[in-house]
Design a protein. Structure first.
Length: 109
């Protein structure tokens, strides 16, 4: 929804596309709790679909964003530096060694 609570979905002021917010979890164990989760907004004509790229034994789906921009700003409530994340697309992340593993499995199977 847009920030004005009008009941309509937010649209991107620059391109008129719908804005979708995706909750993201950073798996870095060294990050503090506040830095682990954040939202990335994607402007698109239709709701983005998360990739079906689950990895056995991994509790999250690794994703990557295309056209990612990060804009720093001062949060008016906390008076601290914060960041706004926007992207143009979402897709499955390339995991080092995963492509070789998949090729080997396909060859053996």
């Amino acid at each position: 929804m847009d920030g004005k609570k009008t009941g309509r979905q937010e649209t991107d002021a620059q391109n008129g596309l719908l804005v979708w917010s995706i909750a993201v979890l950073d798996g870095d164990p060294e990050l503090n709790a506040k830095a682990k989760s954040f939202a990335v907004k994607i402007s698109a004509p239709h709701q983005p679909v998360l990739p079906d790229a689950s990895i056995p034994g991994l509790p999250i789906i690794p994703i990557a964003f295309g056209g990612l921009t990060v804009t720093p700003y001062v949060d008016s409530a906390s008076k601290r530096l914060a960041y706004s994340y926007r992207a143009t697309e979402i897709h499955a992340a390339q995991i080092p060694g995963q492509a070789a593993h998949n090729a080997k499995a396909a060859k053996e199977g």
